[in-house]
Design a protein around this ligand. Structure first.
Ligand SMILES: [Zn+2]
Length: 100
């Protein structure tokens, strides 16, 4: 059985050269193969894109000396709550299917 879910992540970037900061919103598609292996594909606006921490250049000075920070870490409890909620819904759904 395969499972997949999407988490919405906000990444904050900071240029080490000119100190500009900006952020990008990305959707992380998590794929599990049911055997404990997991792959993550990042999407931006529905299009696959590179992982947030590589190949980023500063929009201000074009420097590639950019630091990426995940801004979602401060919201971990909130994300966990949403995730467990959808897991419960999924389990409930599966139970109903088995019941049939
Ligand atoms: Zn810069």
């Amino acid at each position: 059985m395969q499972d997949a879910w999407t988490s919405h992540e906000i990444w904050v970037f900071e240029c080490m050269n000119c100190a500009a900061t900006w952020n990008e919103e990305l959707d992380a598609r998590h794929y599990g193969d049911g055997h404990g292996n997991q792959a993550v594909v990042y999407e931006r606006g529905g299009q696959p894109c590179t992982t947030p921490w590589v190949d980023r250049s500063c929009p201000n000075c074009q420097s590639q000396n950019v630091k990426a920070l995940s801004a979602t870490r401060g919201k971990h409890s909130e994300v966990a709550k949403v995730r467990s909620g959808s897991d419960v819904a999924m389990v409930y759904h599966l139970r109903r299917m088995h019941a049939w």
